[in-house]
Design a protein around this ligand. Structure first.
Ligand code: ATR
Length: 292
């Protein structure tokens, strides 16, 4: 038998807007901590949970989430492409990224798919005083993570974006796709020793997943050498400097930033899409940075 108080609590609970992050695995996700801090800070009443989805169950589970009154979802690995196909309407940046990290129920019942990773990265880069406008930007890697951030980076009007990747054809493909949005071209890692690159880059972003295995992308330190002001950014993050940032530091780079702020900033952009208010990001970043 359910008590009146418990029944009241359940009904109130249902009246509160429900959000979640879905993925597989999901236990490690920091999104509930971030969004709960955002809600508190902006005085929004909502619940934000994490939900494990079995591979093959994305459509079924996400349909059920919205059918039960859910308002919005964040999508993480490995479902960003399935979310792209699930959405009934897509933002232009999601179309270009070919992936969706945010689903939002719209007033007319449609489900909007967006990707906020790129704006999150750009916001974090600016927050840490990296140069983008008029800058020479080197991006290492040409996988899904890089594809998702190219359009917002090009929108900042860098002088040039060079994408270097282990598999040159993938970098070439991205450069071809994003050519209409700015001055972008591709090269192999080894080509970074060519004269045209030896004047150095203002901003170097590691978008490879090499750090996951404690590896470094095989690039020469000449990418930093020519400029005292080069900043190094790793889209990965960890409790200590990532191998890439450690290597950049050894090679004289002093502006070193990992992707924790990108994580919080992409969450902030999702929150704004859902709630119409943009939260401040530094408090949540500090909370995560100091987590045990
Ligand atoms: P994500 O979604 O994280 O981008 P992905 O699409 O699998 O994952 O892409 C991983 C990226 O990291 C690719 O650019 C990959 O290079 P390849 O395209 O040549 O596979 C890059 N990468 C992974 N491990 C690497 C390593 N040890 N050295 C250099 N690049 C690496």
């Amino acid at each position: 038998m359910v008590s009146d108080a418990a029944l009241d609590a359940m009904q109130n609970n249902k009246a509160i807007d429900q959000y979640a992050v879905v993925g597989n695995p999901i236990a490690h996700s920091k999104s509930p901590i971030i969004h709960t801090q955002f809600a508190k800070q902006t005085q929004q009443t909502l619940h934000y949970n994490k939900q494990l989805i079995a591979r093959g169950d994305f459509k079924k589970d996400v349909t059920a989430f919205f059918a039960e009154g859910g308002k919005g979802l964040n999508i993480t690995v490995p479902f960003k492409e399935e979310a792209f196909h699930f959405a009934t309407v897509l933002t232009q940046r999601a179309q270009l990224a070919g992936a969706v990290n945010t689903l939002a129920l719209q007033a007319d019942g449609s489900i909007l798919g967006d990707t906020t990773d790129g704006v999150g990265l750009v916001r974090d880069l600016k927050n840490h005083h990296f140069t983008l406008k008029g800058a020479r930007v080197l991006i290492l890697g040409a996988g899904g993570a890089v594809r998702g951030v190219l359009e917002p980076i090009l929108a900042e009007q860098p002088h040039e974006v060079v994408i270097a990747n282990r598999t040159l054809s993938k970098a070439q493909q991205l450069a071809d796709t994003f050519k209409p949005y700015g001055n972008i071209h591709a090269c192999a890692f080894i080509a970074l020793t060519q004269e045209q690159y030896l004047t150095g880059f203002d901003t170097v972003i590691n978008g490879t997943s090499a750090s996951l295995n404690g590896d470094l992308p095989p690039v020469t330190a000449s990418i930093f050498a020519a400029k005292k002001t080069t900043g190094a950014y790793d889209m990965m993050y960890g409790p200590t400097l990532t191998p890439f940032l450690e290597w950049a530091q050894i090679n004289g780079v002093s502006l070193l930033t990992d992707g924790l702020g990108m994580l919080v900033s992409q969450a902030a952009a999702s929150f704004e899409l859902w709630r119409g208010v943009m939260p401040e990001v530094n408090t949540a970043t500090e909370i995560l940075r100091n987590e045990p």
